[in-house]
Design a binder for this molecule. Sequence first.
Ligand SMILES: [Fe+2]
Length: 279
Amino acid sequence: MPTTNFAISGNTYAVSIDGCPEFGTGRDEILSNLNTDIVFNQPWYSKGYVSLDFLSPKEFDYLKAGLTASVKEILTEVLGIDSEGFALEKYHHFVKTNEDHFKVVSRTRDLFSADFNFPIEDMLPKFEKLLGFSLTDVDPKFNEKLHIIVRINRPKSNDYNPPHKDIYEEVDKNNYIPPFVNLWIPIAGVTENSSLPMVPESHLINESEIVRTFDGGVVEGNKYRVRMIKEWGGSHTLERAVVKDGQVLFFSSHLIHGLAINEEEDLTRVALEFRLFKA
Ligand SMILES: [Fe+2]
């Protein structure tokens, strides 16, 4: 069975790519520049990502409590289980099969569009202040409101995307680079063994040195819409982002990230993931 190797913070992983579309390289060009990357003028642009404080301990607790209550309610509704004593970090003790997990995540995807206690509108001004320009959660091209995704990754599970860049889908389909920034906010179980793996400076690698698919990917038998990246400038190495409770991880939409294997033994990882456009 065909596999490919990656390294994350010193650990090596052989990942099955059986059934994956064909791999190839792009044109001789660097896609991230002043006109195509809205974080071009940020002091952290050369690295491609940064963790910044944005919630007070009180605000963070409020956000986490709201999410805990929402997920707990979904467990009762969807699985009909007794969720007494539920905590996000202990999610895998309550949801024990893939089947049940997929039922839950189909519901958690839309948490924020419903009646969540911490709407994105309240967070926007904080992000605008940190970046120094106006943001919107409405995609200017499709005029659609973007969703905040609640990512729930059980320990040692396959609940992750392959290494990818968020811009590739639109680049491949419409030769268009959408003007957004990526945000990733830790909620529970985010540690040096479970945080999001990043490839620093990878937004500055020439496309001719990036080996990837051009139509989705298949990893460990799971199908993904994102294009899978197998190699970048001859490397297969990622490093876990350092991001603490109350911080937001901003990263360029051109940056390679993913393969967020949760190596914790007994902690489910929960994070918010979304995009914001330059207004
Ligand atoms: Fe992504």
